[in-house]
Design a protein around this ligand. Structure first.
Ligand SMILES: [Zn+2]
Length: 290
């Protein structure tokens, strides 16, 4: 759903309605200090103070071994209709540290400068078990690659065929025993249904590119990362949300899983992303010439 600009006389009522409809289900508790300690102990680029200041909340869902899924909502501000809703996700793969750390840096930016331009819902680490395990791993604690576990038509055959014949049964690409078998994947499927994002941004590493699935065109360039369409994998988020649901999915592939881009590049990617969203999402969307 795209939020269109409407006259100011009905702004407030609609804004209240949007807030009620898009609130995360049963999400009330702030993340415990212990959750932030676990995250900052694991990620050299995220301090305990930074994590605590981000005031993450616990969703009503848990990882396979019971870690809370954490999120942060930057809601519409009074008197301004956001151009649209953006769902930003880091850490779908638990060993891609930079994909989590950079989301914390962008939350720092929003903490200072959130203007209500967009309604952001941010999940900095969708796969806490993979990240926070003693030895971090791509998969969740059931050894499932979450980014192959999203639903699609003929999921069983498509993912199994890809896993067995293309990846040669690579355990790092195991799609699970059935679609949406994992609590983390189920949570994201539900969250997309609840939040109705106009765009999804997923952060990964280490391919050093921008990938895109969905209608129209993706961003040609974000910071030093250029658009390079990798194609969609069976069971991936890009396939599920971008191809099937036709929600634009921007995948940011950072150059290194274990090394953060420089602060200037972190800021540059963010500026370019927001610039692209301004042009392409919601009432003011234009056709991106790229
Ligand atoms: Zn990844």
């Amino acid at each position: 759903m795209i939020i269109k600009k409407i006259s100011s006389s009905v702004n407030h009522g609609l804004l209240a309605l949007i807030l009620v409809l898009t609130l995360p289900a049963l999400a009330t508790a702030l993340a415990s200090d212990d959750e932030c300690k676990r995250i900052s102990d694991k990620l050299a680029s995220v301090t305990l103070e930074e994590c605590l200041l981000s005031q993450l909340e616990q969703a009503s869902a848990y990882s396979s071994v019971g870690s809370p899924i954490l999120f942060k909502d930057y809601t519409p501000v009074e008197g301004r209709l956001p151009l649209g809703r953006v769902l930003l996700i880091g850490g779908i793969h638990g060993d891609e540290y930079s994909s989590v750390s950079i989301v914390f840096k962008w939350m720092n930016t929003l903490n200072e400068h959130h203007s209500g331009l967009f309604h952001w819902r941010i999940l900095p680490l969708l796969n806490p078990d993979g990240l926070l395990a003693e030895k971090s791993q791509r998969m969740n604690s059931n050894n499932v690659d979450l980014n192959r576990n999203f639903p699609m038509q003929d999921w069983q055959n498509a993912t199994r065929d890809y896993w067995e014949n293309i990846t040669k049964r690579n355990p790092r690409r195991f799609p699970g025993n059935y679609a949406v078998s994992e609590s983390e994947t189920q949570y994201l499927v539900d969250e997309i249904q609840r939040f109705q994002p106009d765009v999804i941004v997923a952060v990964h590493a280490p391919h050093g590119i921008v990938d895109y699935d969905g209608p129209k065109n993706g961003p040609y360039k974000l910071g030093r990362l250029y658009l390079n369409l990798l194609g969609t994998y069976p069971g991936s988020l890009g396939n599920y949300a971008g191809v099937q649901l036709e929600i634009p999915v921007v995948t940011i592939e950072l150059p290194y899983a274990g090394i953060m881009p420089k602060p200037s590049e972190v800021a540059h990617i963010w500026r370019d992303l927001v610039g692209w969203l301004r042009k392409n999402i919601g009432a003011n969307q234009e056709t991106d010439p790229s």
